[in-house]
Design a binder for this molecule. Structure first.
Ligand code: NDP
Ligand code: MG
Length: 411
């Protein structure tokens, strides 16, 4: 994976060049009951006349989904778990909101021709619905980074083929998207993503090995879903984001870097060949990048705290420590290996994080499970060129089985 990822170069360039795009009006939110879903719904609630919510989806949070659908005045609510159809129907009886259930229904909701689909399902489970949205066209506000990690090349080919405008929601990538506005690919030297360092930034290896679930879930700067919060604690999140950036922007893998920045004010820095470094700053609040993805090329008003640098007083930066956070090295290796390696890594990480959240393994075991799965997958010929979405789904499934065996052996 040494050449620059080509696909979004043109897409981003086209988006940046055209001032003609208007703010999306009809929107669907996949993963509406989660943290990104809540931030999106909150933004919309501040300018309700500007948006019409078509579909909201969730996997199993029936009451929360019903509340979201009612509050947003959605036309349709979709629950992924088919067995919860009647429960959701009961919750929404008398509202006129259409109720659907099942994995196919999620993809059908994603295929609705809306102006913007917010892809905020967590994990590779969001890949099929996100691809369905891409194929329909319109704008995709992509929060679900696992899509790009698992299926980067294939996903970007789908984006390039369809009339889809991809806008990143992840804060670092939204920052890079803004900073790269006028850049010619040859003028970019490096893209550096910042990382808060998570709750274990100053912890020793020994302390990290004894960390409990509640320690990992105590993020210093961001309020997010459980999976990404654990990914931030292991710093796998930054590894996933490097791969995400590789697919979104016109750079080689060796032009991507990371820097720990505990205040989470500077989200990304882009260095140019003339020595200039441009950065984007904002208070750590996902409503800012979501607002950008919804309103670009305009900017909508967002009710976030305004940045006051005198109050922040200090912006500090330090190198990431790959000894205490081996996920950084593992993810960089998988990015460079390319093909199906990132899909295997992502699947193993999802399994390991779930096992950690269930109290079955410790924090250091997460990276260990991921690394051992990658080794086993390599030995069994699973890591190879990626030939399409079926390949991604197949590798994802097999990697989950291998990771499960490894987790059971640890317990
Ligand atoms: P949450 O865990 O808070 O929400 C996840 C959402 O996805 C919920 O609506 C959940 O429904 C739904 N969901 C879970 N599993 C499935 C499934 N198998 N099929 C369909 N839907 C499912 O996650 P976040 O909002 O924190 O994150 C969402 C995505 O955005 C992730 O990929 C994350 O990496 C990315 N992201 C998040 C940021 C944040 O600040 N939170 C920042 C940057 C990126 P239910 O409630 O029923 O379980
Ligand atoms: Mg991020």
């Amino acid at each position: 994976m040494q050449q620059a990822g080509p696909s979004l170069v043109t897409k981003v360039a086209n988006t940046l060049a055209s001032g003609a795009v208007t703010a999306p009006k009809r929107i669907s939110i996949l993963g509406a009951t989660g943290s990104i879903g809540a931030s999106t719904l909150d933004l919309i609630s501040h300018t309700p006349d500007d948006f019409e919510v078509v579909s909201v989806t969730a996997q199993s949070s029936v009451e929360k989904l019903a509340r979201c659908a009612r509050m947003a005045g959605a036309k349709r609510a979709v629950i992924g778990d088919e067995t919860l159809f009647q429960a959701l129907k009961d919750e929404l009886s008398g509202t006129g909101i259409e109720v659907c259930a099942g994995q196919n229904a999620l993809c059908e909701a994603a295929s609705d021709p809306v102006d913007c689909t917010v892809a905020a399902i967590v994990g590779a489970a969001g890949l099929k619905p996100a691809v369905a949205a891409v194929r329909t066209g319109g704008r995709l506000a992509l929060a679900n980074k696992e899509c790009l990690v698992s299926a980067g090349e294939v996903f970007m080919q789908e984006v390039a083929k369809a009339d889809c405008e991809l806008l990143p929601v992840d804060s670092e990538h939204s920052a890079a998207f803004q900073v790269l506005r006028e850049a010619e690919p040859e003028s970019i030297e490096k893209i550096v993503l910042t990382a808060s360092g998570g709750p274990f930034r100053t912890w020793s290896l020994d302390e990290i090995s004894k960390a409990r679930r509640e320690d990992a879930l105590k993020h210093p700067n961001w309020t997010m879903g459980a999976k990404i919060t654990v990914d931030s604690a292991t710093m796998m999140n930054k590894g996933l984001e490097l791969i995400e950036a590789y697919h979104l922007f016109p750079v080689r893998t060796d032009q991507l870097g990371m820097l720990v920045h505990p205040q989470s004010i500077v989200h990304c820095l882009v260095s140019y060949v003339d020595g200039s470094v441009l950065a984007q700053m904002a208070e750590p609040d996902m409503r800012t990048p979501i607002a950008l993805a919804l309103s670009w090329p305009r900017r909508m008003r967002s009710p976030t705290k305004r940045l006051d640098l005198a109050e922040v007083a200090q912006l500090t930066f330090e190198k990431a420590d790959e000894v205490r956070f081996p996920a950084i090295r593992i993810s960089r290796d998988a990015m460079e290996r390319g093909g199906t390696a990132p899909a295997v890594m992502n699947a193993a990480n999802e399994m390991a994080v779930a096992a950690f959240l269930e109290g079955r393994i410790g924090v250091p075991d997460i990276a260990a499970v991921v690394e051992e799965t990658l080794d086993k997958a390599e030995g069994r010929g699973l890591i190879k060129e990626c030939c399409g979405l079926d390949d991604v789904f197949g590798c994802d499934l097999r990697a989950r089985e291998m990771a499960q065996d490894i987790i059971e052996a640890i317990q």
